[in-house]
Design a binder for this molecule. Structure first.
Ligand SMILES: Cc1ncc(COP(=O)(O)O)c(C=O)c1O
Length: 375
């Protein structure tokens, strides 16, 4: 099989002679980000006008996120991390004893445990069990009852790479009061994300979206906005009008989305990196990137099966993503062995994760399989 990279690895820092298959952990750094940083530095030194231009880049980034996720840009805020997005919902809803949250027992900690303070209030967290490493969407929907306030899942699993059917969950919740909260960290930038199917959709920027830490775009639906109380206030999300000048009044309104979720300035340099990376992703087209990643996943899977490894990623094409994973008792040891051959993967918690993104090719997969055969 021959799968060519959609973007040359030469577009990234540090990939000469390296087989980088670990974007699910940390993506490599685009060389073009050096120009973005230089531009940020120039604008940062440019006083009020420079600041205005930095903010304008932020709005351009929001507009691209709206296109990427199929939602109005003004419903996407910049929060500091995916964990903060999920916690914002946990903090913002009005909870009562007997309420519950439905999630899975294979979830990333930030999704599974965002609700941990609510236990004291008598809120139950229901962890739906996987079936031989797959989460069944029907099992999730069956766990929802009239007291389920939130169904919280990752679109793509950090552990198995399963790409959940978010549309099925959204349709299954129609007419119910339950909010659907999606962590799209392992989906956004590599497979299609339709944020409008959810009430909250958040993604970190440092993996498949090719930016870095400190900014996580967060979509909030109108009904989730109505139901949630803000838990942090500052000059950025409060309607402190210039006419008010320096004198404070006891009352002040909170702004609507997107500022509502941004009590202070987001990390604008990261927003600028994200803006540039999204230009590349949108330019190539998400459909193309998704087909490429799934082709790589199938190729990796076939090689792992041949090597008699226990693959835990779904074999259905619809359930695939950029992550293909196999069980290994000493997953970190496998990662370290492969790194000696300049093959970078991510191994922890008893499984090894191989991530294929737009700069990977079938040659990378062959190098990985050859190196794995030596272990
Ligand atoms: C599903 C998922 N969500 C969130 C994160 C981390 O994102 P953040 O640091 O922005 O909270 C990870 C990191 O591995 C992840 O796998």
């Amino acid at each position: 099989m021959n799968i060519e990279a959609l973007l040359s690895p030469k577009a990234f820092v540090g990939l000469d002679g390296v087989t980088h298959l670990c974007t699910g952990g940390e993506s490599p750094w685009l060389k073009v980000h050096e120009e973005v940083y230089a531009e940020f530095a120039r604008l940062k030194s440019g006083g009020d006008e420079g600041r205005r231009l930095i903010y304008a880049r932020g709005e351009a980034c929001r507009e691209k996120l709206g296109r990427l996720w199929g939602v109005p840009a003004k419903r996407v805020a910049f929060v500091p991390s995916a964990a903060e997005g999920m916690s914002w919902l946990a903090r913002g809803l009005e909870w009562a004893p007997g309420d519950n949250v439905v999630t899975t027992n294979l979830e990333f900690p930030s999704v599974a445990y965002a609700w941990r303070n609510l236990r004291e209030l008598g809120v139950e967290v229901r962890m739906v069990e996987h079936r031989d490493w797959e989460i069944d969407e029907e099992d999730l929907l069956e766990a929802v009852d009239e007291r389920t306030r939130v169904l919280a899942v990752s679109q793509v699993s950090f552990y198995t790479g399963q790409n959940l059917d978010i549309e099925q969950l959204s349709v299954g919740l129609k007419g119910k009061d339950t909010l659907l909260a999606v962590d799209a960290t392992h989906a956004s930038g590599v497979v299609q994300v339709t944020a409008g199917l959810a009430d909250l959709c958040v993604s970190s920027s440092y993996k498949w979206m090719l930016a870095t830490h400190g900014v996580a775009p967060c979509y909030l639906s109108e009904r989730a906005e109505e139901r949630t109380e803000e838990s942090a206030f500052g000059w950025h999300n409060l309607a402190v009008w210039p006419a008010q000048r320096a004198e404070r009044h006891p009352e002040v309104d909170v702004k609507a989305m997107p500022e509502k979720l941004e009590p202070g300035n987001p990390a604008m340099v990261v927003v600028m990196f994200l803006d540039r990376a999204l230009e590349i992703l949108l330019g190539l087209g998400m459909e193309r990137i998704e087909v490429h990643a799934k082709n790589l996943s199938e190729f990796i899977d076939a090689g792992l099966q041949k090597a008699r490894r226990t693959v835990i990623s779904p074999s259905r094409r619809a359930g695939r993503s950029g992550n293909t994973c196999f069980l290994a008792e000493d997953a970190k040891g496998v990662q370290q062995q492969l790194a000696k051959d300049q093959v970078l993967v991510w191994g922890e918690y008893g499984r090894v994760r191989i991530s294929g993104h737009l700069y990977n090719s079938s040659e990378d997969v062959e190098r990985f399989l050859d190196a794995l055969a030596q272990i």
